[in-house]
Design a protein around this ligand. Structure first.
Ligand code: F6P
Ligand code: MG
Length: 440
């Protein structure tokens, strides 16, 4: 079967078109506003140089917004970061995909590429505005979303404490149910990203635990059993491999979603389903709410410092897990490149080799799904393993709520049925998948 077309804003009326036309300019406007609101902070920290930098960054971002809105050609990056040449090579490659004389541009190129490029250009804008190069334009929004989700997080931490208290007496079947429950919490945690809401508040206000049953019909692909089969085998000692079982979580959003991922990682460790959890985060601020190293450590510290016994206990355990090395945080610039994951083995062989050490890789969120499947117009029934093309480093699973119009691996008729009854089913975040692919 031929690889289908990439989603792109060139298809008028598509979600990609709407994103490039409205949502991305809205995000850039918020970026400009944030930099401007922090003018006094820059003045206090750096004096007049800080003010100059604020002006320079704002003018960069305004120009960028204009380039996007008027469908100007995509420009090569001008900074000298370790990934600069990779981005510029990718731009050359995009050019070769077009007809002679055509140039990649915001509305004509693949959506995945231009959306990633926007966040890299924001980074370029800051890097070219010293001394505010390290300013995270999305941090305020991320922190705010963390604090607004506090009640839901407290409920989750209390629930985890109860689970751990009763752990010794759990039957195998009860352990499986607990695992399924926390996988679903981590799935619905993915609703809370700040990119889909254009940077506006999208936090989890109520406890998700009591809604799990009513949300179950919205899980379109449920491969939880395949995950349990991998992890429980290891617990029963029936694997041929040595007994160290490693799960990798390719993180998505900070805030509530990250806490749901921590809770899942804590539970699978405590249930002795795994011995190591490896987390993968972003090297710079990305898609508004994605987790950077700073967000990761900040979240552990905030939980530890919380004025709530079980949340603080969670923070303490998570800090110790990191110190003991049974939780490991990784960074790789590949995660902030525009490449589909099928090119990881060539573009980032070090990362591919690292992921091959895993017994199970969990890819959180919508953007990871888009990169796994190449963000293409696949038929709904194409098997997930086929849409991954050559990307099979280890058994893997996507845990994602649907916020972009790409979906594979559905039973015949389901996609068509949903399109007829709910035209926005692929972008509303109402539906989710826990979709597994074995190593092929
Ligand atoms: O704006 C496009 C997009 O990729 C959407 O598909 C999605 O809403 C969002 O950005 C990122 O979602 P997530 O945080 O789940 O990867
Ligand atoms: Mg995200």
């Amino acid at each position: 079967m031929e690889t289908p077309d990439s989603l792109s804003a060139k298809f008028e009326g598509s979600f990609a078109y709407f994103t490039v036309k409205d949502r991305l300019p809205q995000i850039l406007t918020k970026v400009i506003d944030t930099v401007h609101r922090n003018k006094n902070k820059f003045l206090e920290e750096y004096g007049v140089e800080g003010i100059e930098a604020e002006k320079k960054a704002i003018s960069f971002f305004s120009k960028l917004r204009n380039e996007m809105q008027t469908d100007k050609p995509i420009l090569p990056l001008t900074d000298d970061q370790p990934d600069t040449h990779i981005w510029n090579r990718y731009l050359d490659y995009q050019e070769t995909l077009l007809g002679k004389g055509e140039q990649p541009s915001w509305f004509r190129s693949p959506w995945l590429y231009v959306e990633c490029y926007l966040y890299r250009r924001v980074q370029e804008g800051l890097l070219s505005s010293p001394p505010i190069c390290k300013f995270d334009v999305f941090r305020e929004a991320k922190n705010e979303s963390f604090f607004q989700s506090q009640p839901a997080m407290l409920a989750l931490c209390t629930d985890l404490h109860e689970l751990k208290r009763n752990m010794e007496s759990l039957s195998r079947d009860q352990s499986r149910k607990e695992f399924y429950r926390l996988l679903q919490v981590s799935l619905w945690g993915n609703k809370c990203d700040l990119s889909i809401s254009g940077g506006l508040d999208n936090s989890q206000k109520s406890s998700i635990l009591s809604s799990l049953e009513s949300l179950q019909p919205f899980i379109l692909v449920d491969n939880m059993e395949s995950l349990w089969n991998i992890l429980s085998k290891s617990r029963d000692g029936s694997t041929e491999k040595d007994s160290r079982i490693r799960v990798d979580i390719v993180l998505d959003n900070a805030g509530f979603e990250l806490v749901t991922d921590f809770v899942l990682a804590d539970a699978i460790l405590s249930l002795k389903l795994v011995s190591e959890v490896h987390f993968h985060g972003k090297c710079f601020p990305w898609f508004v709410s994605d987790t950077t190293r700073h967000d990761f450590n900040w979240t552990v510290r905030q939980c530890l410092a919380a004025n709530h016994k079980w949340m603080s206990k969670c923070g303490q355990t998570w800090k110790e897990n990191l110190e003991k090395g049974c939780w490991v945080y990784h960074e790789n610039m590949f995660w902030t490149l525009p490449h589909e994951y099928c090119s990881m083995a060539d573009t980032a062989p070090d990362l591919y080799t690292e992921l091959q050490k895993s017994d199970l890789i969990l890819f959180k969120g919508d953007l990871n799904y888009r990169k796994l499947t190449g963000d293409r117009k696949w038929d709904f029934t194409v098997p997930f393993s086929q849409a991954l093309t050559t990307f099979h480093p280890a058994p893997l699973c996507s845990i994602r709520t649907l916020k972009a119009d790409v979906q594979v691996g559905l039973r015949p008729g389901i996609g068509e049925q949903l399109t007829a009854s709910e035209p926005d089913w692929m972008i509303s975040g109402k539906y989710g998948v826990i979709q597994f692919s074995p190593t092929v």
